[in-house]
Write a protein that binds this ligand. Structure first.
Ligand code: R5P
Length: 269
């Protein structure tokens, strides 16, 4: 592995825990202005210091993220259809040159295993890896984003393994409560989990804890952080689980403590 690739991977993962908390704010690339991301700058700015990288499109990056940030940028480079169309109809939207210009530490693209354009999106992944490796750029494959697939270990394991076989350096997938460890075992590259739809904070912390316990190296979480009643308290609590091995109860206690501190400080102000 060349120096550039090693350096980018080292910036994605916390050097002490060797895990990562990525903040996903790319949802608008097919959903438009979703809840919590209507004004991306307002959502992202207070959370930036607490994520190990920001998973974002170039449009939101250029317009809503201060270029003086030290937070590594992980760029979504696929898209095409909107939420109204055939979601699997994705292609590459952002060039490698652009990713380099934006000083990205990695690029991410979705594959749609079991969906209409499965073959094209997997082939897109192969092309992206070929080009990315020329420049020492890690590729994150995002799996299991199909609308109708059962998100069980069999399916997730299939999708993650295919992504790794094609050359992805990391995979983002969903957590499943049964046999998630088998998904991890079958995938020779690190797995991070997406959070999925908003759920109560304790449940999201529990899902993060379970995923880490079963071998995930972190999260690339969006809605369960930025739609939380207290996003900063939530990302700090997720960090405690991922990087400091907090139990679910400890992390939820931390969330409640940080949440109440904010109330107290705003009353004082
Ligand atoms: C899909 O819109 C993106 O890949 C998201 O980055 C991913 O689903 C993670 O976000 P969330 O935790 O909200 O599911």
């Amino acid at each position: 592995m060349d120096w550039g690739m090693k350096n980018r991977l080292a910036r994605i993962f916390n050097q002490k825990s060797q895990r990562t908390v990525m903040l996903a704010v790319d949802h608008g690339y097919f959903q438009g202005p979703t809840t919590g991301l209507k004004r991306p700058r307002e959502t992202v700015t207070p959370l930036l210091p607490y994520c190990d990288s920001l998973f974002v499109t170039r449009g939101v990056l250029r317009n809503c993220v201060n270029p003086s940030t030290n937070t590594p940028i992980f760029l979504r480079v696929s898209g095409g259809p909107s939420v109204l169309g055939e979601l699997s109809n994705e292609d590459l939207t952002t060039s490698m040159k652009e990713a380099l210009k934006l000083n990205a530490v990695g690029v991410g693209l979705s594959i749609f295993v079991g969906e209409k354009n499965e073959d094209r999106t997997i082939s897109n992944l192969g092309k992206l890896v070929n080009e990315a490796e020329e420049y020492g750029m890690p590729v994150l494959a995002i799996t299991a984003v199909g609308k109708d697939m059962a998100r069980d270990a069999r399916y997730l394991g299939l999708a993650c393994r295919i992504a790794a076989e094609i050359g992805a350096h990391m995979v983002k997938t969903y957590y499943c409560s049964e046999d998630f460890e088998k998904v991890v075992e079958g995938c020779p590259v690190p797995i991070v989990i997406a959070g999925g739809k908003k759920m109560p904070e304790k449940e999201a912390l529990e899902m993060s804890y379970n995923a880490i316990s079963k071998g995930a190296v972190g999260v690339d979480m969006g809605r369960n952080i930025f739609q939380s009643e207290n996003p900063v308290a939530m990302i700090k609590s997720v960090r405690a689980v991922v990087h400091e091995n907090y139990s679910v109860d400890e992390a939820f206690e931390l969330f409640n403590k940080l949440k109440s501190e904010r109330v107290v400080s705003s009353v004082v102000e």
